[in-house]
Write a protein that binds this ligand. Structure first.
Ligand code: SAH
Length: 345
């Protein structure tokens, strides 16, 4: 079913609790129909907080001199990969700031070692990299790449994500390359960016389908005080999308209705809103969780937004806690890499 833009818009502004309940149920039943009850677990490792960009929303932005920077070593990354595999997860996600010190050859070696030693599916989320870097990593064995377009409003994107001097930033072009290279492609947005309108949000949801991506991550915008958007006054006009749990769930559920077979995580950003938000996401169309396996000494330094660190997730037992929660919801823990169905061989 393809939702018309007007239909999407009407549901984005819906406030009636009964109608919203219908929306969550419709998304949940479509998820069950196409993907079953399995929730896939991906182990997230934040391998570097070094970044050349100055995004107005992100706490890793360059020029933030109060933040100690780190890049994990090969042995540290392999150790995290082994822990992820030991919990029977099928996928590792390597995420970082846009760190040019992550060279093609070094990361190719990391990818090859993870593959031979653990067999995990590998997802990369390293920002905008060159065609040749992306191609090299695909050849080395990377399976997926996540690059959110953040908002389809080009003017807003230009304001919050300034291009690097002398370069243009075209995330849509990069997403196209990734598909051509045979990656499973993930994208996504933040909900409630200052200046984000309902119309542009409806366009974002339509684009997920038009781009035919395999994964979509949706999280609320969380203001970070050390960034321009975190310290500015949050606009509150009638067109401004709020960065609330309910609004995030609406976008998630509508994305599921529009793209029945894709993977949709219940994101960590959503989980920071309340103790039950992650579960609400899983009941409104999501089928993936990405528990954090970044080593303890780096966790607080990967400071993209405040209170990102769920204390539980530093605990060795956290994967078991997550699995118990999945079972208590009547869902099952996904086995294997958890590809989007059309990619299964
Ligand atoms: N450097 C990589 C990874 C960035 S972190 C990249 O640019 O793709 C992954 C995601 O975190 C970003 O795509 C963004 O959507 C989200 N994020 C960053 N800052 C945030 C904030 N203040 N609030 C909510 N989400 C944020």
């Amino acid at each position: 079913m393809q939702l018309a833009k007007n239909d999407i818009l009407a549901r984005l502004v819906e406030t009636d609790p009964a109608r919203l309940e219908e929306l969550w149920l419709a998304a949940d039943s479509l998820r069950r129909q196409y993907l079953g009850d399995a929730i896939h677990l991906r182990g997230l490792v934040e391998i570097s907080n070094i970044c050349v960009r100055s995004c107005a929303y992100c706490g890793l932005r360059t020029g933030r001199s109060d933040l100690k920077r780190y890049r994990m070593t090969l042995p540290e990354i392999l150790e995290a990969a082994r822990r992820i595999a030991s919990h029977s997860f099928g996928t590792i996600v390597l995420q970082s700031g846009e760190d040019q010190g992550i060279t093609q050859s070094w990361l190719a070696q990391v990818i090859a070692r993870i593959k031979t030693e653990t067999g995990l599916a590998i997802t990369l989320s390293l920002g905008e990299r060159s065609h040749s870097d992306l191609e090299g990593w695909r050849i080395a064995g990377a399976d997926r790449y996540l690059l959110r377009f953040e908002t389809s409003d080009r003017t807003l994107f230009g304001c919050i994500h300034p291009p690097r001097p002398g370069q243009t930033s075209d995330r849509f072009k990069t997403l196209e390359w990734l598909g051509q290279m045979g990656y499973e492609v993930g994208t996504g947005i933040m909900v409630g960016i200052p200046g984000q309108t309902y119309t542009s949000l409806a366009d974002d949801i339509g684009l997920f389908r038009d781009l035919d991506v395999d994964m979509v991550g949706i999280g609320p915008f969380l203001p970070h005080p050390a960034t321009p958007l975190g310290s500015a006054h949050h606009p509150s006009g009638p067109d401004q999308v709020p960065n609330s749990e309910t609004m995030t769930l609406k976008v998630l559920a509508l994305t599921r209705l529009n793209c029945p077979t894709i993977n949709i995580p219940s994101t960590t950003a959503l989980a920071t809103i309340s103790d039950v938000s992650r579960e609400h996401g899983l009941k409104a169309g999501a089928n993936v969780i990405m528990p954090n396996f970044t080593p303890r000494q780096y966790r607080l330094l990967y400071d993209i937004y405040p209170s990102k660190t769920d204390v539980d997730e530093n605990d060795e037992l956290f994967p078991d806690v997550i699995k118990a929660r999945i079972h208590s919801m009547g869902r099952t823990v996904g086995q294997g890499p958890g590809r989007r169905p059309r990619h299964r061989s």
